[in-house]
Design a protein around this ligand. Structure first.
Ligand code: FE2
Length: 427
């Protein structure tokens, strides 16, 4: 049999050595020794071959807008939201698409081939982003799976236009139902928003991913309501709580009740270590809280956790490169996950665990899976995190789309002029 691509001498994330054969956009064989003809045979020389990176939490409507119209002076979440409110009326669909495609170039060159992006659905201005990201989802579908979450940033109940715009966005084909209960006017409204949004998801057969309790207030307990509605509506395994930073500050006794409830509801958690280490604790003096949710404790309770990037060069975060190894590196440090097993788990949280949260079809390196993968200049997942290892090859849809360099100049994508991505440099 002749394959399209044959990767020789790879090391899989579990340490096994294997050759990987690709044909027709799928993985055709994984075996310690495959002796066959192929259109291209690549000797990986023992380097790590992984399924692609997956970002379970991003804001692609805002990315690469750093400094527009001004910079977040306080560095807080709330000023970021206010700043985004100033930028929204200035958005054009063309600019949103251009920035998002440039980000997708960065992502593809890093082997980041699946992204769940929230898109603001609070008002008419935000709908520019919805139209833009739906167009981008279609433009990049051959090499990036873009899953879009309808996110009423200004509050499902607090914003008078959020209901109409969010429902319209879902009608237009946005994939997932979002929310932001801690930003509603009262705790009661926050709970009500969780209930109403979960009911909409249940009616439409959609997944849920809410910004939940992204605050240092230990009394922000909307995750409890999210777990409750997940069970009541039979949404187990299809709901995620993003951020969950209030859990960092909660009373231990209450958390000892909450974690089993989250596990029972099969609620997934999506912490965003780069962003919350910078946004949270801004009202503290010292000791200053770190603002990451309780990741090791969640894992001990069998709760699925995926690390998200959240922001790159936008009103909330002035850095970022689309490198999920940066995310894993920061998550490992802040969560103090330093045992060999825990460090390897951090790699899973930016690959397979996040893929499971997104419900990706055909993800992995087994026979029959989609031929999407990344080859890293590292011997194993822990070394990949330590080095934030260079990408040697990125394969998407059975085609080598980048080789040799972890930047956009390595990309080989149809219809993507390289100059576009180069225009977006860190200010
Ligand atoms: Fe977010």
């Amino acid at each position: 049999m002749t394959f399209d691509i044959l990767l020789k001498n790879g090391t899989l994330p579990d340490g096994a050595r294997a050759d990987i054969a690709i044909a027709g956009g799928r993985i055709a064989a994984v075996d310690p020794l495959i002796d066959a003809e192929a259109g291209e045979t690549i000797d990986i020389s023992g380097n790590l071959v992984s399924p692609p990176f997956v970002d379970p939490h991003f804001h692609m409507d805002a990315t690469l807008s750093y400094g527009l119209p001004r910079i977040n002076a306080s560095g807080t979440l709330l000023e970021g939201i206010a700043l985004w409110g100033e930028l929204k009326p200035l958005l054009t669909e063309e600019a949103v698409v251009e920035r998002a495609l440039a980000y997708c170039d960065w992502a593809a060159s890093m082997g980041l081939l699946a992204i769940r992006s929230h898109v603001d659905t609070s008002d008419e201005h935000a709908m520019t982003g919805v139209r833009g990201l739906l167009a981008v989802r279609d433009r990049v579908k051959d090499y990036i799976t873009l899953q879009i979450v309808a996110f009423p940033q200004d509050g499902w109940l607090r914003s008078p236009t959020a209901r109409d715009c969010t429902l319209r966005a879902l009608d237009m084909g946005v994939d997932v139902v979002g929310g932001i209960p801690h930003f509603e006017r009262t705790m009661a409204d926050g709970r009500r928003s969780v209930t109403e949004l979960c009911e909409i998801a249940a009616e439409r057969g959609l997944m849920v991913d809410m910004h939940c309790d992204e605050t240092d207030d230990p009394m922000s307990r909307h995750v409890e309501q999210l777990a409750y509605e997940t069970q009541r509506l039979g949404l187990q395994g299809r709901v995620a709580g993003s951020h969950l930073t209030s859990m960092h500050s909660m009373d231990n006794y209450y958390v000892s009740k909450l974690l089993p409830l989250m596990a029972e509801a099969q609620l997934a958690a999506i912490p965003n270590p780069l962003i919350n280490i910078t946004l949270q604790g801004r009202h503290d003096t010292y000791p200053k809280r770190r603002g990451l949710t309780r990741v090791p404790e969640m894992l001990k309770h069998g709760i699925r956790v995926g690390f998200g990037q959240d922001c790159v060069l936008d009103p909330w975060y002035s850095l970022g490169t689309a490198d999920m190894l940066d995310v894993a590196f920061m998550g490992l440090h802040v969560a103090q996950m330093t045992s060999p097993a825990d460090m390897a788990r951090c790699f899973d949280m930016v690959t397979s665990e996040s893929a499971a949260i997104l419900g990706l079809e055909g993800y992995g390196l087994a026979r029959g899976c989609k031929a999407d993968l990344v080859v890293l200049d590292a011997a194993n997942p822990v070394e990949a995190i330590r080095l934030r290892a260079r990408r040697l090859f990125v394969v998407a849809g059975g085609r080598v789309i980048a080789r040799g360099r972890a930047d956009v100049s390595a990309l080989d994508l149809p219809d993507r002029p390289r100059e576009v991505a180069r225009r977006f440099k860190t200010p």
